[in-house]
Design a protein around this ligand. Structure first.
Ligand code: G6P
Length: 613
């Protein structure tokens, strides 16, 4: 949700900033802009559309500079156009600021500034911040740093901001309250970005800014201070372990396809060193010290958004069965404003790929206030949620760039399966041999995924034959009901085909009315205890001329007769099947989106990291 990048150093900054923006484009892609300082001049360019549009403009204008900032936007206040794009300038165009987040009291601040005679150019909330800093700077004779601090003390809302000014051309200031910022520390140069992706080409040494902190880079020195108290903070340097290959597309046409294909390895990475195959158990180091409290909890809440919420739904089924503890799954946006039954006897599990989703972050803060133990399941190391929770488990899926989550989802479900297994074993609800059955299946998961990925011709055929439909229905039972929800979400996100997921038996209570010869229905139908039941659901669709697409784990006479399209994937333990069966659903959505000419990696209106409410 808006990507920020800044550079302080002696190199030509424009190519560094543009490359950085391309790396961050998954965070927002409706407009982009740049501002650079060159010999006491501040020049800027802003453009509606993708970063490449801005790049063309930069080449036309031959923009160059040393210290600079750049931004890729996902609009919140004001439509995506050149004026509303960041950076925003003050009236005298001597200061430029980029922002990720939402300024909640912007209209009050704007009123005050309007009375002072400030003329606003844009419809954004961001512009008030730069105008306010500039007004303080001019009126009070404060330094740039002091003016930023004074202004931010009046700002209510969430922000990650970076600012430069031609009046102090050697200074770059970044501040964080609610939106992530990482500072990269190179040899005589510094980088500031929303995440480490734009930084890792130059350095692996980073500092993650915490809430209420600002970084002041001037004279080749970096100082971290508290925004509100002007105290110097000493912070540790962390190492980023992502590789450049991990964040590049390689030979794949899309990040999404690359990430789907990576899953044969990423699920193995998620389990690495954690699975105790012979003991039929798992070991999650990040929660070890908290196990007594986790085991004795009276209830769990799982809170998350989007795809991560679907992983949480699968987690509910597994945890209730293995741990025997009631689990409530709540959208974080509901959890944070609702009266939930949360207290010291509750464990609140927050699931988030990015670790930065604003609602999920707010939900865990609320859970902590109520005395609950908070446990994070995050992909991005050092992210806000991973740092704000009491304990947690990293999913280790590697950077996910495609907006539609794929490998992070299967990694989340893998972690939840291990957590449920651990609890089941400790609570004696799973015997050693039952545990072994699960761990052995988990151990083979990478090979099974490889098998699914190797042959997707049938899925391509389904996509080709159904590319012009307007609706899709996904049905599953038990653990595969949330998988149906996720399959439908994948499809609507990237192909813009309306899709719904339902528990298969619920079809009779509504969706069946929609079924005709133009309605493809995807059934997730493994040969488990739900098989006979789902078979009758397939018959009900078939008899209404619906198009039946069945994903199962082996051929059967019934399925061969009933399915218009039968996709057979390897047979595995029922509790692991949701991970495996997610992959054909991701591929189906992908092929449909490509055939329909959609922008797979950057679907319209979506952003990967939703750092605003
Ligand atoms: C956005 C993304 C989804 C993601 C959701 C939650 O909507 O487009 O792919 O599932 O945010 O993100 P998180 O990083 O918290 O898992």
């Amino acid at each position: 949700m808006c990507g920020i990048v800044g550079y302080w150093g002696k190199k030509e900054s424009v190519p560094i900033l543009i490359k950085g923006l391309k790396r961050l484009e998954y965070r927002g892609y409706d407009s982009a802009g740049i501002a650079v300082i060159k010999r006491n001049n501040l020049n800027y360019l802003k453009k509606t559309g993708k970063v490449r549009e801005l790049e063309k403009e930069i080449n036309r204008e031959k923009l160059t500079g040393q210290i600079g900032i750049a931004h890729t936007r996902w609009a919140t206040h004001g439509i995506p156009n050149d004026i509303n794009a960041h950076p925003h300038m003050d009236v005298s165009e001597s200061m430029a600021l980029i922002h990720n987040g939402i300024i909640e009291n912007y209209s009050t601040l704007r009123e005050v500034l309007l009375k002072e005679g400030v003329k606003f150019k844009s419809d954004t909330d961001t512009e008030v911040v730069v105008q306010l800093i500039s007004s303080i700077y001019k009126k009070n004779g404060l330094s740039l740093e002091e003016s930023v601090r004074a202004a931010l003390q009046q700002v209510i809302g969430a922000y990650g901001v970076v600012l430069v000014s031609k009046d102090e051309p050697d200074t770059l200031i970044a501040a964080r309250f609610g939106s992530p910022l990482v500072v990269g520390i190179g040899e005589g140069e510094y980088f500031v970005a929303s995440d480490a992706a734009p930084i890792i080409d130059y350095t692996r040494n980073v500092m993650y800014l915490d809430e209420g902190e600002m970084a002041i880079i001037t004279n080749g020195e970096l100082t971290i201070k508290n925004i509100f108290e002007n105290k110097i903070i000493s912070k540790e340097i962390s190492k980023v372990d992502w590789s450049v290959e991990q964040i590049e597309k390689g030979n794949y046409p899309h990040y999404m396809l690359k990430e789907i294909n990576e899953q044969e390895r990423t699920v193995v990475d998620t389990m690495r060193g954690r699975l105790r195959v012979e003991d039929g158990d798992a070991h999650l180091g990040g929660i070890r010290d908290f196990m007594p409290r986790i085991e004795s909890a009276r209830r769990y809440y799982i809170t998350a958004c989007g795809t991560s919420w679907h992983a949480g739904m699968i987690g509910k089924y597994l945890l209730e069965e293995y741990a025997g503890i009631p689990v409530h799954v709540e959208y974080a946006s509901e959890f944070r404003y609702r009266e939930t039954i949360v207290g010291p006897d509750t464990v609140v599990i927050a699931i988030s790929q990015s670790g930065e989703t604003a609602d999920t972050l707010a939900a865990i803060r609320k859970a902590k206030e109520k005395g609950a133990l908070t446990l994070g399941i995050c992909n991005v190391v050092g992210s806000s949620i991973s740092r704000d929770t009491d304990c947690g488990v990293y999913t280790h899926a590697g950077p996910e760039i495609g907006v539609a989550s794929t490998k992070a989802f299967t990694a989340q479900v893998t972690v939840l399966s291990m957590l449920a297994l651990m609890l089941g074993r400790r609570k004696d609800r799973l015997s050693k041999s039952q545990g072994q059955e699960i761990t052995r299946s988990m151990n083979k998961l990478g090979d099974y995924i490889k098998e699914v990925l190797t042959d997707d011709k049938q899925l391509q055929k389904v996509a080709k034959d159904t590319q012009n439909v307007n609706h899709y229905l996904y049905l599953g039972r038990g653990l595969n009901f949330p998988v149906a929800l996720e399959g439908a979400l994948k499809l609507k996100e990237i192909s813009y085909i309306h899709a719904e997921g339902y528990p298969a038996a619920e079809m009779k209570h509504g969706p069946i009315a929609l079924i005709d010869e133009n309605m493809p229905v995807v059934f997730i139908a493994p040969h488990d205890k739900t098989y006979e039941k789902i078979l009758s659901n397939i018959e009900q669709v078939k008899s209404r001329k619906g198009i039946t697409i069945v994903i199962t784990d082996k051929h059967s006479k019934d399925l061969d007769a009933l399915a218009d399209y039968l996709i057979v994937i390897p047979s595995t333990h029922a509790h692991i099947f949701p991970i495996l069966v997610s992959i054909p659903l991701q591929l189906l959505a992908y092929h449909l989106a490509v055939l329909r000419g959609c922008n797979v990696d950057q679907p319209r209106n979506l952003a990967k990291s939703v750092t605003v409410e």
